[in-house]
Design a protein around this ligand. Sequence first.
Ligand code: AKG
Length: 275
Amino acid sequence: MLRQPLTASQKAQYDSDGYLMVKSFLGLEEVDLLYSIATADNILRNHSIDLNDQSGKRTKLTLWFTPGDDTFGLLTRSQGIVNAVQALLGEGEVCHFHSKLMQKEPQVGGAWEVHQDYGYWYKNGFLFPDALISVMVALTEATKENGCLQVLKGSHKMGRLEHNFAGEQQGADVPFVEEAFKLFERVYVELEPGDVLFFHPNLLHMSEANLSPRPRWSLISAYNLSYNKPFREKNTSCITPVKVVPDTAIMESDPGGLSEEMDFLKKEDEITLKV
Ligand SMILES: O=C(O)CCC(=O)C(=O)O
C-alpha cells in the first residue's frame, strides 16, 4: 500500500498537540500479516520481557534495536513511515532507535505509568528531544476498555520532567503530573488496526491495564536523527541511517519473523531500559 505524504497541517497539528493520529496508515492485509507473525513467532515470544506496573500487573514486550529484513524490519524501514518521520522531525538523517512489540494480554496486560519517553531517553544521553519520535502502529483495536494509550494533549510543551522508578517503570514527577492534569486535556487514543500514532518524546502519556477479554497489541518504533548522538547509549542503531525500502516490500517479502541473531533487549539491560 502506498502512503500519502503528511501535509503541512498535519505537521502543525503534531507541533501543537504533541501527537498526530493517521487513520488507516497501514492496509488491513499488512496488519493481518504483521499480527499473524507477531502471534505465531517463537523468537519474538522467547525474547519477550515482563515489566510490572505498580500493582504488580505484568506488561509483556519484545524490544530490538537494529531493523532487519524480516517483515517488521521492512515495515519500520518502509518509505512511507520514514517519510512521515522525516516530515515531523525536519532535516537530518532518520535512524531507527528501537522497536518494541507491545503484548497487552486480556485480563492481565499491565498499566503504564504517566511518563514522557524522554524521561527514559534523557538517561541514555540524547541531547535533543525534538530529534526523537515514537510511532505506534495498532495491530489490534485499542479502546478505552482494553487499555488504549492516553495522552495529555499539548503537554510536550512543558519540556522534560524528572522521572523516578514506579514499579519496574519510570514515572514522571507526581506533583508536576497533577498540575498537568489540571491544565491539559486527557485524550483516550482509540485506534483501529492499521491506524498509526506519532508522538513527541515529551508528551505525557500512560495507559491502564487491559481488563477486557481482548488483547491489545501494537508495535512502537522510536526514531532519531543521526546528529542526536547519545553519550550513554552503546547501541548504534539510533545513529545509523535507515536503509529505506519501498512500502510494497512489506507484502512482497517472504513473510517471516525476526531472526535469533537480532539485538534484542534482555531483562538484565532493563536498568537502562527505554523501552
Ligand atoms: O502501550 C502502552 O500501553 C503504553 C506504552 C508506552 O507508554 C511507551 O512505550 O512509552
